[in-house]
Structure formats: C-alpha cells, structure tokens
Design a protein around this ligand. Structure first.
Ligand code: FDA
Length: 303
C-alpha cells in the first residue's frame, strides 16, 4: 500500500517541487545518487572499476515536455560520452526516451538517440535504453527495433511485471535482442501488470531462461538473491559462459553482493545516477522497500 502511494507521488510535480527544496533530504539522496555533477558520477564509476565492476551512467531526468529540454538532455549525454572517452572508464550510458522527447516528438527523439549511439560507439562505449511507464512501451520498442541493426550494442530494458512482455520478446526473437531484464518500477494497473511478488518473480525467471536461449548477452538487473541464484543456475544449464551475460544492480543497493559477484568472476555493472532531478528516481527506490521509507523519515526529522 505504502509502495503504491509512493509510486503515485513519484509522478506528481507539486510534491517534487516541495520535497526537492528540503535540504534535509540530501542525506537520503546521497545514498542512491552519486552526486549532482557528471564528475561525481565519473568518480563513483572509477571506484567501482577499481573493484572490477562496470558502470551504467545515468543522467537523472524524465518526462521532458519541450524540444529545448530534450536538446539540453542530449547535449549533457554527449558531454558525458566525451568524458567517458577522456577518462577511459568502463561504463555504458543509460537514457530514458522521454528525456529525449519521446512524449511529444518521436522523430526528434530517434535523431537524438541515433547521435548518442553513434558517439558512444566512436568512444568505445554503448547506450542502454531504460523502460518507462506502460504508455511509452510500444514506442520504446519501435525505437529500439529501428536503431538496433545500426547499433547492435544498444541494450533495451524490459519489464517482467508487464503482462505483454513475453509476447513483446517473442516478436523480437528474429533479432536476438540485447536486453536488460528488470522487474518493473512504475505504478501500473492490474490489467497491464502483475502485482503479486511471487508472480513477478516467476515471470522474471521464465524471461531470463528465454533470454539465455534467444537473446544476446542478456543483463539480469535485480537485487533479488533468489532470482540471481536461479539465473546463474539457468546460465550454467543452458551452457552460457560467465562472460556471456551480466548482472546489473543500482548504486547504493546491495553493494556487498555486487562486489562478491564481481570477485567470483561474474560480469557486474552498477547503474550510477547523477544530476539534480532525483525526485522520481528516489521515490521509486523508496517504494521498493519500506525500510528505506523509515530511513527517509528519520532523515526528515533529523535523527
Ligand atoms: P526486490 O525489490 O524484491 O529486492 C530484492 C532485495 O534487494 C530486497 O529484499 C533488498 O534486500 C534489496 N533491495 C531492493 N531494492 C532495494 C532498495 N530500493 N533499497 C534497498 N534494498 C533494496 N525498472 C524499470 O521499470 N525500468 C528500467 O529501465 C529499470 N532499470 C533498472 C536498471 C537496473 C540496473 C536495476 C537493478 C533496476 C532497474 N529497474 C528498472 C528497477 C527494477 O524494475 C526494480 O524496481 C528494482 O530493481 C527492485 O526490484 P528487485 O528485482 O531488485 O527486487
């Protein structure tokens, strides 16, 4: 219940404006966000690289409503790619298509993404596409399909909680898609998404098996120990080598497990968000775990 209230709050701009002004929230933000500047994220990724973990650089921001906003976000991503090349860090970059204008101009969004993917490739890295609310899923799939033949390293996030996902994946089988599998982080109605944890986990496992068989270089993005263990077993059973898939987690969550898996020789990447538009991202993280809400409330009352 609390989780669904928080997911509702994540999409309300008036709550965002108020909460973002509270200076006391900074401590909570710091746990999940690398900092407000690109250099903060670069430093966080350098540290991860030092222990054998790759990065996924994410400029916070979503739901951009005007062409200038989308152009600014694309420009910031280009600057990030340039810094990745200069510093030689091991990281991909992750974008939300609504940050690049998907909600109002799909053509311009495609142009921005094409440029980012080309620059990333030239810099020796690649782009990952986050998956957002269900309203954007069909367009996001279209954009991925359109660009993936020119940029085979492009990776797309797919949400296990959506009822449509098994069909979406089957429809992409011909291109052996490069997927990041996640449970799904948005408030979706029951007609569109599974709500029971047990059912979401079962669908995640089913889709992970599908990806080992029919995808390319799958990324399993979860902190759920049971699902990770299941995926490692499934990979072994399908003859997929440890280098042929990766495990992805979020900055500030289960850092111990991230290091342990990297130490065991698995490929691990950590999603490292930075920037000042942290409110929707942070609220989704709080919704995932009641203990985080207590942490947030304690920070608010200053103890
Ligand atoms: P679950 O929430 O069940 O957590 C399992 C365990 O992990 C918990 O018991 C706890 O120990 C720990 N844990 C999990 N979340 C925590 C938190 N917030 N704080 C502290 N501990 C926590 N979603 C989406 O819709 N579109 C996307 O593009 C992406 N992209 C993405 C990238 C990466 C790299 C990751 C890891 C996740 C995403 N997600 C996402 C988010 C995803 O959909 C999901 O909401 C979260 O990963 C939480 O689900 P888990 O699978 O981790 O399990």
């Amino acid at each position: 219940m609390l989780g669904r209230i928080l997911l509702w709050a994540a999409e309300k701009s008036w709550i965002q404006e108020t909460v973002t002004r509270w200076r006391v929230t900074r401590g909570v933000v710091d746990r999940f966000v690398a900092g407000s500047d690109l250099e903060d994220a670069i430093n966080a990724i350098k540290e991860l690289n030092g222990v054998g973990i790759g990065g996924i650089l994410d400029l916070l921001g979503e739901g951009v409503t005007d062409p200038d906003g989308a152009a600014v976000a694309a420009g910031e991503y280009l600057a990030s790619i340039k810094r990745i090349e200069e510093t030689g860090i091991d990281t991909t970059v992750s974008v939300k298509l609504t940050q690049l204008g998907l909600a109002f101009d799909k053509g311009a969004c495609i142009d921005h993404l094409r440029r980012l993917a080309a620059e990333a490739e030239a810099a020796g890295t690649s782009v990952e596409i986050d998956m957002e609310q269900s309203d954007y899923v069909s367009d996001t799939l279209d954009v991925y399909r359109l660009l993936q033949s020119d940029f085979p390293k492009l990776r797309l996030a797919i949400q296990a909680y959506l009822r449509r996902t098994p069909v979406d994946l089957e429809e992409m089988a011909d291109i052996r898609p490069r997927i990041r599998l996640v449970k799904g982080a948005y408030a979706e109605p029951e007609e569109l998404a599974l709500h029971k944890k047990r059912e979401i986990k079962a669908q995640f496992s089913f889709l992970a098996d599908w990806l080992f068989e029919k995808g390319s270089d799958p990324a399993l993005a979860t902190h759920d120990g049971e699902l990770i263990e299941g995926a490692l077993k499934a990979a072994r059973l399908s003859g997929v080598g440890d280098e042929d898939f990766e495990i992805q987690m979020l900055y500030g969550i289960r850092a111990d497990l991230q290091r342990k898996l990297a130490g065991m020789g698995f490929r691990v990447r950590t999603y490292v968000p930075f920037g000042s538009t942290w409110y929707p991202y942070l609220t989704r993280r709080l919704a995932e775990r009641p203990a985080n809400v207590r942490f947030f409330l304690r920070a608010l009352i200053g103890r």
